[in-house]
Design a protein around this ligand. Structure first.
Ligand code: GAP
Length: 580
């Protein structure tokens, strides 16, 4: 199998070739950070969203108490009252630190500035599982032992970019660069890992995440960098005819705030009881400084977010439950390799309002990165909107009150009705009856999930051609539920009534599932096209169909072919695609 870099390049080429993903407005040169989903991509993305919506809202999972959890959906506007973003903290703190090169004007995110570091080989620790996440503070001891930070690489730099940089740095020494796989854990070499040999010493190059520091130079031209300054990532627009400060609004950078500001609307209209969740899928926009890694970090993307409201005492239990449930969801949909990970955040990584947080991460060909975050956000968001809007965001636990109301009868207050009434009124104002709920938030990205599913599904193996000679084949082993097309129907040849029969079969199939009809070219090539599209089954009407009424069904993954009666083929497929 190809290296991670090759693999990614081949996947990107396939996604373009087969109509999964195109650069946005490509005929005009595209726009950095924006992507279009083609005919197959849009089906894949819709399937990801539909699977999520069905599993979360329509048929919610069973909670820790054995009962299905209560979930409802929401679809909020993208542009909201600007005060939403003041209350949520986005206006003040949704910032990325930015540095500019004073010479060439290149712009970088200062907090993920990737510094190229040369370390003597003997300073390399025995085992590092995750270079991209290997933070500066971890590296410091190594640097203290003789490591020598020498130059900078731009985030997303390829091995070749790095080699060029290193060559420049080591030019005087006439260093030789020898990319080598890391002989560790049998993992494929990270494209950023490279050994440098200069005849005497060997060095190891790492590319850890770190922050730009004073004295850092521009990776492009070596020019001086400005100090880091804050850059708010929300896209601005104007509402109405006037374009002045009074009409400024923002495109939402997350769907979550729409849920928080509608908490009371949903609670009151749906007569819900805690715990319950509100789910939303929708577009979000972030003016990322460095969009990169294909669709992974885009400026326009879609989120699938859940805000699960619960009693503060139960928040820890629900957090763990959601964390594990969300991880399991990705495994169930095909991310079965050890590239999928669940990482609990360290104490010092947590936002000030969060009590716990974990990331579902995927080891993409460009490094390990977050697919979804699950956080216990406490009552921070609802309280922030309560404070700013003046609207009460508290929940009243009527059931609990009814259980306890007897304690506030006059006989418990020496027959004093007034005292009993007052005590009841006071008790109702606070815990355990009235409180602002805690929130568990599983927040995932549709585009990142789709990309991870594509990366995991991409495979190359061998299949015999028409003459029986083995040929390399590219196949997307997508989970049937996510596959854009479930079945392709072909006539073996365009004669002997086969096209008519195949068309009729295709019409019957498309009543029940996404189907595709193709009669052009050799059947082997038609199979290959469907393998690349991730289609789980191909059905071929052939000579034998005329004799015994059966058709050939070919399995994408095993390439096995079986004969199935033509009039039972839809049911046969539905059986095997159950739930897809
Ligand atoms: N409400 C919480 C929130 O928005 P986040 O970690 O900033 O948290 C949640 O975003 C998810 O949205 C991420 O895990 C990721 O899947 C997706 N996401 C965030 N920024 C993205 C970007 N620039 N491009 C694509 N997906 C992104």
């Amino acid at each position: 199998m190809a290296s991670d870099t090759d693999r990614m390049e081949r996947l990107v080429a396939l996604a373009k070739r087969r109509g999964f993903i195109f650069p946005s407005s490509e005929i005009y040169g595209g726009l950095n950070g924006f992507w279009d989903y083609g005919p197959l991509g849009v089906e894949l993305k819709r399937n990801v969203k539909q699977a999520w919506w069905d599993d979360i809202v329509r048929r919610p999972p069973t909670g820790p108490d054995g009962e299905p959890i209560e979930m409802v959906g929401l679809d909020c506007s993208i542009i909201m009252n600007p005060t939403v973003w003041e209350a949520s903290g986005h206006v003040v703190s949704f910032n990325d630190p930015l540095v500019d090169c004073k010479e060439c004007k290149a712009r970088y995110r200062a907090d993920t500035f990737e510094r190229l570091i040369l370390l003597p080989v003997d300073a390399i620790p025995q085992r590092i599982d995750n270079w991209t996440d290997y933070r500066m503070h971890n590296l410091q001891p190594l640097l203290d032992r003789g490591g020598n930070p020498t130059c900078l690489a731009e985030p997303g730099a390829t091995l070749e970019d790095m080699q060029r940089l290193v060559r420049r740095v080591l030019d005087s020494k006439r260093a030789k660069l020898v990319p080598k796989p890391v002989a560790d854990a049998g993992k494929p070499a990270d494209r950023t890992e490279v050994f440098v040999e200069d005849g005497q010493d060997s060095y190891f190059l790492a590319r850890p995440l770190s922050s730009a520091r004073s004295g850092d130079r521009c990776p492009h031209c070596g020019g001086e960098l400005t100090d880091a300054r804050k850059f708010n990532m929300m896209f601005k627009t104007y509402v109405g005819a006037l374009e002045d400060s009074s009409s400024v609004a923002h495109l939402r950078p997350e769907t979550a705030q729409g849920i928080f500001v509608n908490f009371k609307n949903v609670l009151d209209t749906q007569r819900l009881k805690l715990p319950f969740g509100i789910a939303q899928i929708g577009k979000a926009f972030r003016n990322e400084i460095n969009p990169r890694n294909y669709t992974f970090r885009s400026r326009e993307f879609e989120q699938m977010e859940i805000e699960f409201f619960c009693h503060p005492d139960q928040a820890a239990e629900w957090y763990t439950w959601w964390r594990d449930a969300r991880y399991a969801w990705y495994v169930r949909h095909g991310l079965t390799s050890d590239r999928l990970r669940l990482r609990d955040h360290e104490e010092d990584e947590l936002a000030h309002y969060a009590e716990a947080c974990a990331d579902v991460e995927y080891d993409f060909p460009f490094g390990v990165s977050e697919l979804e975050g699950i956080a216990n956000r406490t009552d921070f968001d609802l309280k922030a909107h309560q404070d700013r809007s003046g609207r009460d965001m508290a929940y009243f636990d009527e059931e609990r009150w009814q259980q306890d109301a007897g304690q506030y009868k006059p006989e418990h207050y020496g027959g004093d009705k007034k005292a009993a009434k007052q005590a009841a009124a006071e008790a109702k104002q606070g815990m355990p009856y009235r409180f602002v709920p805690y929130v568990i938030e599983p927040s995932g990205g549709v585009d990142r999930a789709a990309l991870a599913f594509l990366c995991e599904a991409y495979d190359e193996d061998e299949a015999p051609d028409e003459k029986g000679n083995p040929q390399q084949r590219t196949v997307l082993r997508l989970h049937p539920r996510l596959a854009p097309v479930k079945v392709a129907v072909f006539p073996l040849v365009k004669k002997d009534g086969m096209p008519e029969k195949a068309r009729a079969l295709y019409e019957a199939c498309r009543e029940q599932m996404t189907a595709f009809y193709d009669e052009k070219g050799a059947v082997g090539r038609r199979y290959r096209r469907q393998d690349e599209a991730g289609t789980p089954f191909c059905v071929t009407v052939d000579g034998q169909t005329n004799e015994d009424g059966t058709v050939t069904v070919r399995d994408r993954d095993s390439m096995e072919q079986v004969r199935v009666p033509s009039d039972g083929v839809v049911a046969w497929l539905k059986d095997r695609l159950a739930g897809a």
